[in-house]
Design a protein around this ligand. Structure first.
Ligand code: BF8
Ligand code: SF4
Length: 636
C-alpha cells in the first residue's frame, strides 16, 4: 500500500506517484487538505434547512442545544438523514424511470438503437407483474410492462403499494412493512413527502422523521428492482463471463474509451457502435483497435453483460486519466468526480458529459437522447479516435496491475448453475448446504469507496475472513470493483481462501456448471442498482423455507459507504431484516435517539439493524456472530 494514496490497490499506488510527479492533485490530496473535517457536520448536528441558520448544536452540552427555530439535535440529525435517503431514492429511481421510458418506446418500435434482447426475462417479469403474455408479440408486452412500471411513479392511491416492491419480496415481509406503514405507493410522491415533512417547521419527532425516510429507502429499493429487471430485458441478463480488471486493462496500442457513471442506456450503445468502428481506429494508428473499459457502475453493467474489462472503482477514477493513455472518458450520471475536468485538461483525454442535467467544467458536452443514440455514440467514439492521435508518448504510464475476474452472477445465473446439480429443484443444493452447515450463511458486499478508510482494504479483510468461515459471498457496486481488481473473483481465490466446506460446494457447483473449477470466491452480481439481485436470491430461499428474510443467516456489509444512495441501500437492507455493517461512521452520532433507533430499535421493528464498525477484522467477527445467531434461531 502507498501512504500518500491510502489504497490497497497496487495500481493506485503506482499512479498516485505519477500524479505527485506531475503535480496533479487527486482525491487523497483533497482529503488531506480538508483535515480536520467539521465536527458538527460529522455528527450530523448542523442544520442549513432555513436561512435563519446555519444552526449547530454543541455536542458537549455546554453551548446551544437548540437551533433558532427550536429544533433539537435529534430532529436535526433525523431530518438530515431522511433527506439523504430521499436523495438516494431519487438517484436510483431516476435511473429506473429513464430505462422504463425507453422501454415503452422500444415497445412501440420507436428507438432503433435498442431491442428486447432477453425475451424470456421480459416474459418472466410480465408474468410476475400480471401483464398478459399468452399469444402476444414481445413489443406490446414490453410496452405494457413499462407502463405498469411507470404506475409506480404515478399512482395516487396510498393504499396500493408500488407494484415492484410487492412483487419482489416474501409475502411475510410485505405484511410487516405494510403494518408499519412504510410501504411506498409512489416513488416520486415518497421523495417529495420526505422533502416536505423535513422542511422548516414540519415533522420534528425524530422517530417519525426517520420512519418517513425509511419509506424513501424502500422507494429506493423499488426503483432499483425495476431498473435492474428492465435493463436485463433490454440488454440481456448477465451470465458468467471471464474478463479482467484494474488499470492495466488500459492498453498502449488501442483507442481507450472509459464509460463512467451508471446508466446502461448510454454505455451499451457505445459498446455496440465501437464494434463497428474498429477499422477507423486502426487507420488512425491504434493497431489493437478500440478498447472500451469501465469505471464504477457503468463499468459493472457492461462488464457483466459483455465481459468489458473494468478499469477501476470510484476512488481511483482520476487515476485512469493519469495513465496518459485514456483517450476519452464518457460519463452520464452519479459518482463522477467534478475534478475529472481539471485532470483531463492536463492530458490529451477528452472528458465527455452526455446528460443535459449532469454537465461538468472542463468537459465537452454531447447531448444524449435515446432517439439519436447511435449518432451520439459515433460522435463520441470519433472524438476518442481524434484524441488518440494527440497522445504524448512520454507521459504514457501503462499500469502492470491487472487481474482475472469471473463475473456475471445474476440471480438467474446462480439458479442456472444450481440447476445443473438438481434440474427439478435448483434451490435444493443451496438450501441443503445452508441447512447442513457447509455454507454457514450468505454475505452481500455493497457500496462505495470512501477516503475515510483504506481503499478496498475493508472489503478484502472482511471477505477473506468470512470465506474462511464458509460464508458464501456476493458483491455489487464499487465493492465488487474492489474484489475484481484484487483478484478475488476467481476460482484461484476460492482455492486459496475459502474454508473447506464452502470450497467443496463452490467446486461442485462450478464444475457442474461447466466452469471447469470452483465458482469464484466472491460472486459479482452487478452495479449498485443490482443489489436487488441479491434480494431476489434471498427471497427465493425464504419462500422455499417458508420463512421471512430476517430469519435467514444473511448479512450485508458496506465497509466504505459514502453516497446518499448507499444511505438508502443500507437502510432498506435493515428494513428487509438484514444485520447491515457499515465501516464508515455515519453522520448521525450526534443524536442518541437516532443512533439507537438505527442500531437497536430497528431490530425490534424490522429484524435488521446497523452495525457500525470501522475495524474490518472486528466487523468480520460481528457479522459471523450475527450469522450464527440466526442459525441458532432457526434450529440449525
Ligand atoms: O452506485 S458503489 S461509489 S459508483 S454509490 Fe457510487 Fe458507491 Fe460506487 Fe455506483 Ni454505488
Ligand atoms: Fe436553524 Fe431551525 Fe432553520 Fe435549521 S430549520 S437552520 S435549526 S432555524
Amino acid at each position: 500500500s502507498c501512504t500518500s494514496c491510502n489504497s490497497c490497490d497496487p495500481a493506485a499506488a503506482e499512479l498516485c506517484t505519477a500524479a505527485a510527479e506531475a503535480d496533479i492533485p487527486t482525491v487523497w490530496d483533497r482529503y488531506a487538505a480538508q483535515q480536520p473535517q467539521c465536527g458538527f457536520g460529522s455528527l450530523g448536528v448542523c442544520c442549513r434547512i432555513c436561512w435563519k441558520g446555519p444552526c449547530r448544536i454543541d455536542p458537549f452540552g455546554k453551548g446551544p442545544q437548540r437551533g433558532i427555530c427550536g429544533a433539537d439535535r435529534d430532529t436535526i440529525v433525523a431530518r438530515n438523514l431522511s433527506r439523504m435517503m430521499a436523495a438516494g431514492a431519487a438517484g436510483h429511481s431516476e435511473h429506473g424511470r429513464h430505462i422504463a421510458l425507453a422501454m415503452q418506446r422500444v415497445g412501440h418500435n420507436e428507438l432503433p438503437a435498442y431491442q428486447i434482447r432477453d425475451e424470456a426475462k421480459l416474459t418472466a417479469v410480465a408474468k410476475r407483474l400480471g401483464v398478459p403474455t399468452e399469444g402476444r408479440a414481445i413489443g406490446p408486452i414490453a410496452y405494457d410492462v413499462a407502463t405498469l412500471t411507470l404506475e409506480d411513479y404515478r399512482n395516487q392511491d396510498h393504499h396500493h403499494a408500488c407494484n415492484w416492491i410487492t412483487s419482489s419480496l416474501p409475502k411475510k415481509r410485505i405484511d410487516k412493512l405494510r403494518a408499519l406503514d412504510v410501504l411506498p405507493h409512489n416513488i416520486d410522491a415518497t421523495v417529495a413527502q420526505i422533502m416536505a415533512r423535513t422542511s422548516v417547521g414540519c415533522d420534528a419527532d425524530p422517530t417519525n422523521v426517520v420512519l418517513g425516510g425509511i419509506k424513501g429507502a424502500l422507494a429506493d429499493f423499488t426503483g432499483m428492482c425495476l431498473a435492474t429487471e428492465l435493463s436485463d430485458a433490454m440488454f440481456g441478463t448477465p451470465q458468467p463471463v471471464v474478463t479482467t480488471a484494474n488499470l492495466g486493462v488500459i492498453r498502449k496500442d488501442s483507442v481507450n474509451i472509459a464509460v463512467n457513471g451508471h446508466n446502461p442506456l448510454l454505455s451499451e450503445v457505445i459498446c455496440d457502435v465501437a464494434r463497428t468502428m474498429q477499422d477507423k481506429a486502426k487507420a488512425a494508428g491504434a493497431k489493437d483497435g478500440i478498447n472500451i473499459v469501465g469505471i464504477c457502475c457503468s463499468g459493472n453493467e457492461v462488464m457483466l453483460r459483455h465481459g468489458v474489462p473494468l478499469a477501476t472503482n470510484y476512488l481511483s477514477q482520476e487515476l485512469a486519466i493519469l495513465t496518459g493513455a485514456l483517450d476519452a472518458m464518457v460519463v452520464d450520471v452519479q459518482c463522477i468526480m467534478p475534478s475529472l475536468g481539471e485532470v483531463a485538461e492536463c492530458f490529451h483525454t477528452r472528458l465527455v458529459t452526455t446528460m443535459d442535467e449532469n454537465k461538468m467544467p472542463g468537459a465537452t458536452h454531447v447531448s444524449f437522447h435515446e432517439e439519436h443514440a447511435e449518432e451520439t455514440a459515433r460522435t463520441i467514439v470519433e472524438m476518442a479516435i481524434d484524441a488518440f492521435t494527440l497522445r504524448d508518448p512520454k507521459r504514457i504510464r501503462i499500469s502492470s496491475a491487472v487481474s482475472k475476474a469471473v463475473v456475471g452472477f445474476s440471480a438467474e445465473a446462480v439458479i442456472g448453475a444450481l440447476a445443473k446439480i438438481d434440474p427439478d429443484d435448483p434451490l435444493k443444493p443451496l438450501v441443503d448446504n445452508i441447512v447442513n452447515g457447509n455454507i454457514r450463511g450468505i454475505a452481500l458486499f455493497a457500496g462505495c469507496n470512501n477516503t475515510q478508510s483504506m481503499q478496498d482494504g475493508g472489503f478484502q479483510t472482511i471477505a477473506k475472513k468470512l470465506a474462511k468461515n464458509n460464508v458464501l459471498l456476493l458483491a455489487t457496486g464499487c465493492g465488487a470493483g474492489a474484489f475484481a481488481k484484487l483478484g478475488l473473483m476467481t476460482p484461484e481465490a476460492t482455492n486459496a481462501y475459502a474454508g473447506d466446506t464452502l470450497k467443496a460446494v463452490l467446486t461442485a457447483v462450478g464444475e457442474a456448471a461447466g466452469l471447469g473449477g470452483p465458482l469464484p470466491m466472491v460472486l459479482h452480481m452487478g452495479s449498485c442498482v443490482d443489489n436487488s439481485r441479491a434480494v431476489a436470491v434471498a427471497t427465493a430461499i425464504a419462500d422455499r423455507l417458508g420463512v421471512d428474510l430476517h430469519e435467514l443467516p444473511l448479512v450485508a456489509s458496506a465497509p466504505e459507504a459514502m453516497s446518499e444512495k448507499a444511505v438508502a441501500i443500507g437502510t432498506w437492507s435493515v428494513c428487509l431484516g438484514l444485520p447491515t455493517h457499515i465501516g464508515t461512521v455515519p453522520q448521525v452520532t450526534g443524536s442518541a435517539v437516532v443512533t439507537d433507533l438505527l442500531t437497536r430499535g430497528a431490530g425490534d421493528l424490522f429484524g435488521g439493524y446497523f452495525i457500525v464498525e470501522p475495524n474490518p477484522d472486528a466487523a468480520a467477527d460481528t457479522l459471523l456472530g450475527a450469522i450464527e445467531e440466526r442459525r441458532r434461531a432457526l434450529g440449525l
